[in-house]
Unconditional design. Structure first.
Length: 685
């Protein structure tokens, strides 16, 4: 797409059309010869305006309505390819019910994939179906076999080599006087298969489906750990550096996290710098907020000298990669009053009537240390290109994962363009949208290209709200474009549920986050060490927040949740069911404080039961949907609690659990079906 200009602005709205395939319907009056109709394709995001999401190795489920006039049978298929230059591949679809068809295809390469549904009248299949009826009624006539020989002859004429020879032999048989042998061959498996593969597809109706954006696996399945570099020092007398972060990598990797997210590491402005606990007046040694970006040392492409050098950063990225981890950068497109942009591009900011630059506000809150960029300025083209340059700088330094701060406060068209530019250069890049805003705005950002999105999980604490919200996120149409990333807390949000400081509350929230969503994150040592002090009663901000000062953490404290996080991440890695979102299904406990749900992937079945009351023990009878769990009512099955390694033998649709906050407020069960060996020994698969 290249550098942006007003001349190519309209390109943002262009939707590519799918090329024709084989012999298509004509336009104008003769189009009546294309008798198949295709409607209601899923997935299709806003009628194909946006790409649906998938990841490498996934199977894309596709469905559509397809039918034709009269009583003729039709055949329906998916054609799909990577980009616009590779060959088309076909995947047959099967009838489901009421003219609904379903099929699937697998994707193995990052980038944009295309698919379309094609349908055509199956003349041979229609003839064969009617012939079977005539056979049952003992009413087969010679002319019926001759009609069939015509269909087979058409296929023979369109084929070559051995296929053509074999089809021609069936033509001869159907035209012969060997009536019984001809009837048997006409409905036999060999001819049926040959005709399915080689019969001409005439007057094919085609309906384009959605584009499919295929992301790397970490776009679908990832475990995030957030860490402030300046709080990474092991020496309480010193603020941390990037080298200190590098020394923490082994511990973070040992807990099973694969993405380490760093808040902004750029120089921090000095004008209007915030003091501790968001004080409007800073003391001389206060560090300021990392989101007040820019100072004399540089802007968005620079590193705060107090954290280290570019060489330190590149060493951190390499060391993370050696441990199978990614470093996620924060993209916060806003500036401190000291940012070089303020001096070099003053027209990129909003001026108030008194000539001063408008600082950020969320009345009654004021953020005098931050200047928003004006995306409606006359020089918007240069602004867009500069921000693209910044992202490309960090991509060139090895960053393929970006967490974007407040994307809902920047134009939608800007994000669609910028993400497309990065994806064109490197389809392995992923973007996480930190947009705690209205649902439709969050959905639009996801449609525009954000790989993952923060969610309302932080405030969904009771079973009814959890069930309602995650059912919405994991069913069409939302599941086709929105990938949730669940966080129990963030540097901005200490939810009331965690403010009690109850250990069970933290365990409940992390089990839910790690199992409801294929991607989740934790706010590092703050969650690990169960920090729960609000800045004041009724507030969601932390007391002594890392946003405004360095903190020092005793990672060896006996109350640390590191072991629980390690176990949960190992469970997630070992169980493919927890690495996807679409299979989430809720089950029915008889206790309003208990939530129960399952995920499945092939033979892997996980059932999670959680007591959301962090203070009281609850017993619950759970009515399971055995069909969802792929179980039979007349056979026992084993429930293996992966959190405690305890095993239980259940049978039928009802199970009972005891959930004690002080001991085990949650179960993560691997469900194993009962089987019997030839020697009559019981075991579980």
């Amino acid at each position: 797409m290249g550098v942006y200009s007003e001349a190519n602005m309209a390109n943002v709205q262009v939707v590519a059309t799918t090329p024709r395939f084989e012999r298509q319907c004509e336009t104008g009056p003769p189009a009546g010869r294309c008798r198949a109709v295709i409607e209601n394709i899923i997935p299709s995001v806003d009628g194909g305006r946006f790409a649906a999401k998938s990841s490498v190795g996934e199977t894309i489920p596709v469905s559509a309505d397809a039918f034709a006039d009269g009583h003729s049978q039709i055949r329906v298929a998916i054609k799909h390819r990577v980009g616009q230059v590779s060959e088309w591949h076909l995947a047959e679809m099967s009838p489901v019910i009421n003219d609904r068809w379903a099929g699937e295809f697998e994707v193995y390469e990052c980038g944009i994939h295309e698919f379309a549904i094609i349908a055509w009248v199956d003349h041979f299949g229609t003839w064969q179906r009617d012939l079977k009826k005539r056979i049952a009624a003992n009413e087969v006539e010679t002319i019926d076999l001759l009609v069939g020989s015509g269909h087979v002859g058409d296929a023979a004429s369109a084929s070559e080599g051995e296929v053509a020879r074999r089809l021609q032999s069936f033509v001869s048989l159907l035209q012969s006087d060997r009536r019984g042998e001809a009837i048997e061959a006409a409905i036999g498996a060999e001819l049926t298969q040959l005709m399915r593969q080689h019969a001409p597809r005439r007057f094919v109706t085609e309906q384009p489906g959605a584009k499919i954006r295929v992301d790397p696996v970490r776009g679908r399945f990832s475990s995030w750990y957030e860490l402030f570099p300046r709080s990474a020092s092991g020496d309480p007398s010193k603020a941390g550096t990037l080298r200190d972060v590098e020394s923490r990598l082994d511990g973070i990797a040992a807990m099973g996290f694969d993405i380490l997210y760093l808040p902004p590491i750029h120089p921090i402005g000095r004008q209007f710098r915030k003091g501790r606990n968001n004080s409007p007046t800073a003391e001389p040694d206060d560090l300021g907020s990392p989101w007040a970006i820019g100072a004399a040392e540089g802007g968005h492409d620079a590193i705060d000298p107090r954290l280290g050098t570019l060489a330190d950063f590149e060493s951190l990225v390499r060391s993370a990669a050696q441990r199978g981890m990614e470093i996620a950068m924060d993209l916060a497109f806003q500036c401190s009053p000291d940012h070089p942009y303020v001096r070099e591009h003053p027209n990129w900011f909003i001026r108030r009537p008194d000539g001063s630059i408008q600082y950020a506000e969320n009345p009654p809150k004021k953020y005098q240390d931050i200047y928003p960029l004006d995306f409606e300025c006359e020089d918007w083209v240069a602004l867009w290109n500069e921000l693209l340059r910044v992202v490309l700088v960090w991509h060139g330094r090895g960053i393929r994962t970006f967490r974007v701060d407040n994307p809902h406060t920047k134009p939608f068209a800007f994000w669609e363009w910028l993400i497309a530019e990065l994806m064109q250069r490197d389809p392995n890049v992923i973007f996480l949208a930190e947009a705690f805003t209205r649902p439709k705005v969050m959905n639009r950002l996801a449609k525009l290209g954000f790989t993952q999105s923060y969610t309302y999980f932080t405030w969904r604490n009771d079973p009814w709200n959890i069930r309602k919200y995650y059912t919405e996120l994991t069913t069409p149409p939302v599941v086709d474009f929105f990938r949730p990333n669940s966080w129990p807390n963030t540097p901005d949000i200490l939810p009331e549920y965690l403010q009690s400081g109850a250990r069970a509350a933290f365990i409940v929230r992390i089990v839910l986050a790690a199992t409801l969503s294929a991607s989740y994150g934790v706010y590092g040592p703050v969650f690990e060490l169960m920090e729960s002090r609000p800045v004041r009663p009724g507030a969601e901000e932390y007391l002594d927040s890392e946003k405004y000062q360095a903190r020092h953490w005793d990672l060896n404290a006996p109350h640390s949740l590191a072991d629980q996080l390690k176990r949960l991440n190992r469970i997630r890695r070992d169980n493919p069911a927890l690495q996807y979102d679409r299979s989430l299904q809720f089950h029915d406990p008889d206790d309003s404080s208990v939530v129960c749900y399952s995920k499945t992937h092939g033979e892997n079945v996980i059932l999670v039961v959680v007591n959301t009351d962090p203070f009281q023990t609850h017993w619950a009878n759970i009515k399971l949907d055995l069909k969802v769990l792929n179980l039979r009512a007349d056979q026992p099955y084993q429930m293996h609690d992966l959190l405690t390694d305890a095993r239980y033998r259940w049978q039928g649709e009802w199970g009972i659990v005891k959930l004690e906050p002080g001991i085990n407020p949650a179960h993560v069960f691997a469900v194993r079906r009962y089987a019997r060996t030839e020697h009559d020994f019981d075991y579980f698969t």
